[in-house]
Design a protein around this ligand. Structure first.
Ligand SMILES: NC(=O)C1=CN([C@@H]2O[C@H](COP(=O)(O)OP(=O)(O)OC[C@H]3O[C@@H](n4cnc5c(N)ncnc54)[C@H](OP(=O)(O)O)[C@@H]3O)[C@@H](O)[C@H]2O)C=CC1
Ligand SMILES: CC(C)(CO)C(=O)C(=O)O
Length: 342
């Protein structure tokens, strides 16, 4: 069982980490926030602030540059390409019984894990650090439905956080998971324990794969993708190709009407990949695009539109594309990338 108060670490003090640290602090758990650079100094001085549609939550978690003793649970709130470094840097905080929750978008490195093996997915965990440092039994798969962006030092959220958690193999520590869910609920995160976290991961990935790279290229907000015929056509074709691949793997994913509703409901929100493009930061292309594309090819089913979109995003040093260059790039994508029927 766990010690009390529950020791929870949040690694990464960006959008999601700031929001999670504020929410978890409200639960009464002992929250340790791992930050770096200028953000470390900022959080040490001012704490964390979450503004959920005018409802402001402020907290002062213990803020550290890295963890030095094992936690009950560790939320990895970094981009997926930063997971291995975050785990390596904070290995002292992850004991054999620590629950580790990667709060990332994209295909997760644990997707094919069995109790004794993390599995292997092209582009994810290329050096094998995550497989070496973590046991599949301690990982809780997570799908977070939340739209957050930083404005100054406050995290602005536009919806109630909803989290699905699920063990990725048998042998998980059920009492500790139950205790964690209690903490999350007390902090205001609507949390469910999913019997099939892989299905939920693929549903979220459908949305991210169909929208994130397209918004990074075009600069469009989510509702704009849903409302603009050319963008909507590209997004729904990307989704169709991905859904067809998932079907081969035995998953039944929601249709394009669901996707369009989701985009329109999200309103004027810049996806996390568009936020990264605008800030000149690395894009989460490996987990959201390249890994699913590689798996579909492994299964003998290409996704040419996705491949073309990745190539477009890789070609242009400055994203999003300026207005004048965008129509030609989008037309080229649709003309030169015939999709399999779906
Ligand atoms: N924003 C959103 O609304 C949503 C995001 N997501 C997903 O959540 C995940 C996190 O995204 P988000 O919070 O937006 O990303 P951000 O880029 O805003 O935050 C990541 C933070 O982690 C820090 N970081 C990276 N590596 C380390 C490390 N080794 N030690 C300490 N800190 C580290 C970064 O610091 P630095 O700036 O110095 O690099 C940055 O502050 C992504 O997978 C994203 O796709 C999911 C749902 C919605
Ligand atoms: C909001 C959403 C669902 C957009 O696809 C997201 O997860 C992101 O911005 O990365």
């Amino acid at each position: 069982m766990t010690t009390h108060p529950f020791d929870i670490a949040v690694i990464g003090a960006g959008n999601i980490g700031t929001a999670m640290a504020a929410l978890l602090s409200r639960s009464g758990a002992q929250v340790h926030l791992v930050a770096r650079g200028a953000r470390l100094a900022e959080v040490r001085t001012s704490g964390v602030t979450l503004d959920d549609r005018g409802d402001v939550l402020h907290a002062r978690p213990e803020t550290v540059a890295r963890l030095t003793r094992p936690m009950d649970a560790v939320f990895l709130c970094v981009k997926s390409q930063s997971l291995a470094a975050a785990v390596r840097d904070n290995a002292a905080g992850i004991g054999p019984d620590t629950l580790v929750i990667p709060m990332v978008n994209g295909l997760p490195f644990w997707f094919f894990a069995t109790p004794h093996d993390m599995g292997d997915i092209p582009h994810l965990d290329p050096a094998g650090d995550l497989a070496a440092l973590l046991s599949p039994r301690q990982i809780l798969g997570a799908v977070l439905l939340m739209t957050v962006r930083m404005e100054g030092d406050r995290a602005l959220s536009s919806n109630t956080p909803t989290l699905s958690l699920g063990p990725v193999t048998e042998g998980a520590d059920k009492p500790r998971i139950d205790a964690l869910i209690e903490v999350l609920e007390a902090g205001g995160v609507r949390t469910d324990l999913s019997e099939d976290i892989r299905q939920k991961v693929l549903v979220k990935l459908l949305a991210n794969l169909a929208t994130n790279p397209l918004t990074a290229l075009s600069g469009a907000m989510l509702e704009e993708v849903g409302q603009t015929p050319l963008l909507r056509e590209i997004a729904t074709r990307l989704a169709t190709d991905f859904r067809n691949w998932a079907t081969i793997r035995g998953f039944d994913l929601p249709g394009n009407d669901w996707l369009v509703d989701l985009m329109i409901d999200a309103g004027s929100f810049p996806t996390s990949m568009l936020q990264d493009a605008q800030a000149g930061r690395a894009l989460e292309l490996d987990a959201i695009c390249r890994a699913p594309l590689a798996l579909s090819r492994r299964d003998g089913m290409d996704m040419p539109l996705l491949a073309g979109l990745i190539a477009e995003v890789e070609t242009h040093p400055i994203l999003p594309l300026p207005g004048a260059a965008l129509p030609a790039a989008l037309d080229g994508l649709l003309t030169h990338t015939a999709s399999p029927k779906g």
